[in-house]
Write a new protein. Structure first.
Length: 583
């Protein structure tokens, strides 16, 4: 059926210059001649209508056009945006709307190459894939059928990497992978050092899956067992400190690998009866069961600022946005066409959604609270606990209308006395690499990287951005002089600019001005009220030591984070595809 045309009185969205470039290159639908078939109004209406149309599935007596208008207003006000695949593919024949997938990799040729093929299908549709390679037998183990020896997880990862390289995602984005190996896998050393050799695994983020037993062994300076994944039998003993120090050294050198805490992740698994969580999506914020997928969406906190409110936050408006966003994301599950029947089946059992935030650093600028302060942590907890609670209420209300997620009865919720929910998880904090460009806000819960900078976006395009709230503060202080603006653009930060008043220097902090421990505290504050995980990088100065990184890893474990990514300024790195560059 032909889509309903956009109502004639639909207001056209205001598109910022950077968003015009990003949307034009990758998001507007194009015809065979490469010319756009829609403008920005058409894009947002296409998405709004495709998502609103799902309400008919529930026999809901709602006016689809009216709901579509609500969704259109929600997105074009930039108060909420769904993840990129939803913007790109909703209402198109491809129709794959989720950003995050996890695929199992079994220990046989069939299963390994099935996973390669499934990943290719997902990448073609704009999704990112995570894999645990922990089930693969170690390098040099016997291969029964041939009498030869196995080549081990790392060599198979190169095949996934090459396949990813070749699949240009339907003209949209190149594919991103997460590779995880348990710390007790016999090939763990090779895995930790596998990105040393330039470019061999460029399409992978890698993380080591740490266990509590391992962390205790590090503390006690004990050996731990390496385990053959085929039979669970220990094959060797290994010094925990040696592995921990290797991990820290590699992260110090290149930022890779990151770490994830598997036991912590599985304590929050809402449906252990359906399986164990072994991996996350590429940027680490979404742990999933094998064959699960999840769609994400982010609320722009910069726009819930209200100068009239005592704490600067319009809570009523935030609650309204949350309710509408949860409804939107639940509809996305039904609107999405998944690349495999088994993924459709898994997704529909748990109906996970990941509502999160972006523009947090902007909000802090607006309420005049420094990112690295106890007040900022308090605000983070208040915001995220509110979002978590309201999102769960909205999911419960949807369960009353549409029924709970099918695996609800076997989930952890009934035993906790929790009434029916429509979604097994509701909250996730994504990096919002592209969404934040479209919305013109700071990304995720990260501090600003710089107050003014040139962003390289796709195919060498350069976008210069100055933070609008900083600009307004300079104007108000009568300091918008060309020499000052040029200096901020050069330095990125005002931390050491004497001509800027101390009070402003304190508020307008950037990632590199912030002590690493505050990055981690902020991650932990958001994690406390997030069902899934939090995308966050702990930025370190170039002078940071390995001991500091070791300290951050231990602290992340103690604070209940689900993983950590560190990045030391100026170290060599091949960051995968989760920034504006991926588009
Ligand atoms: P966006 O802002 O484009 O919606 P995010 O930066 O928030 O995306 O990333 C969210 C998730 O989307 C990532 O964790 C990953 O699963 C997926 N993703 C991001 N970039 C890519 C990419 N280039 N290719 C495939 N998947 C990606």
């Amino acid at each position: 059926t032909a889509p309903l045309p956009a109502p004639a009185d639909l207001p056209a969205p205001v598109i910022n210059p950077n968003a015009t470039i990003v949307l034009g290159k990758r998001y507007l639908r194009k015809g065979p001649d490469g010319r756009p078939l829609e403008d920005e109004t058409g894009l947002f209406w296409r998405v709004a209508l495709a998502i609103a149309s799902q309400e008919a599935n529930y026999g809901e007596e709602r006016d689809v056009t009216a709901t579509a208008r609500q969704f259109y207003d929600l997105m074009t006000s930039y108060k909420f945006l769904p993840n990129s695949p939803t913007l790109m593919n909703a209402g198109t024949p491809l129709g794959q709307l989720a950003a995050c997938f996890v695929l199992p990799v079994g220990d046989s040729m069939e299963e390994i190459f099935d996973a390669v093929k499934f990943a290719a299908l997902i990448h073609k549709s704009g999704g990112g894939t995570g894999f645990s390679f922990s089930r693969l037998r170690a390098k040099h183990s016997r291969v029964g059928s041939t009498g030869g020896v196995a080549s081990g997880p790392v060599s198979f990862m190169r095949i996934f990497n090459t396949a990813t390289e070749q699949v240009k995602q339907g003209g949209t984005r190149r594919g991103a992978n997460m590779g995880i190996l348990r710390v007790d896998h016999p090939d763990i050393k090779e895995f930790i050092t596998c990105k040393e050799h330039e470019h061999a695994l460029d399409n992978f983020n890698i993380s080591v899956g740490l266990t509590e037993a391992f962390m205790q062994a590090v503390d006690a300076n004990r050996d731990y067992d390496l385990i053959d994944p085929r039979d669970g039998i220990a094959t060797a003993r290994q010094s925990a400190r040696e592995i921990f120090e290797l991990l820290v050294r590699k992260a110090w050198e290149s930022g890779d690998p990151g770490i994830v805490f598997l036991d912590r992740i599985n304590r929050d698994n809402p449906t252990p009866a359906l399986g164990e969580i072994e991996s996350t999506n590429p940027c680490g914020e979404q742990p999933l069961l094998p064959y699960e997928a999840c769609n994400l969406g982010s609320i722009n906190l910069a726009l819930i600022f209200s100068p009239a409110a005592p704490d600067g936050v319009d809570w009523e408006e935030l609650a309204r946005i949350i309710r509408l966003s949860v409804r939107f994301l639940d509809n996305v599950i039904d609107a999405s066409q998944y690349p495999l029947p088994i993924i459709t089946e898994m997704v529909r059992k748990n109906r996970k959604i990941g509502l999160g935030v972006m523009g947090f650093a902007d909000l802090l600028y607006r309420v005049r609270v420094p990112y690295d302060s106890p007040e900022a942590l308090v605000l983070a907890e208040r915001l995220m606990s509110f979002i978590q609670a309201e999102a769960q209420k909205a999911s419960a209300a949807l369960a009353a209308e549409r029924g709970p997620f099918p695996a609800f009865d076997v989930s952890v919720f009934p035993a906790k006395g929790q009434g029916p929910l429509r979604n097994a998880t509701t909250t996730t904090i994504a990096p919002t690499g592209t969404l934040s460009i479209i919305a013109g806000c700071s990304s995720g819960v990260e501090p600003l990287f710089a107050l003014s900078f040139a962003r390289h976006v796709m195919d060498g395009e350069k976008l210069v951005e100055t933070n609008p709230y900083f600009r307004a503060a300079l104007d108000a202080a009568g300091l918008s002089r060309p020499d000052i603006i040029a200096e901020v653009a050069r330095k990125g930060s005002v931390a050491h600019m004497e001509e800027i008043p101390e009070a402003l220097r304190r508020i307008f902090v950037t990632a590199m001005d912030i002590e690493p421990v505050w990055h981690l505290r902020m991650q932990a504050a958001f994690q406390k009220y997030t069902d899934n995980a939090v995308s966050k990088t702990v930025n370190l100065p170039n002078t940071a030591t390995k001991e500091e990184i070791a300290g951050i890893y231990r602290m992340a474990f103690e604070l209940g984070c689900k993983g950590v990514t560190v990045y030391r300024d100026g170290c060599k790195t091949a960051q995968v595809l989760c920034t504006g560059e991926a588009g």
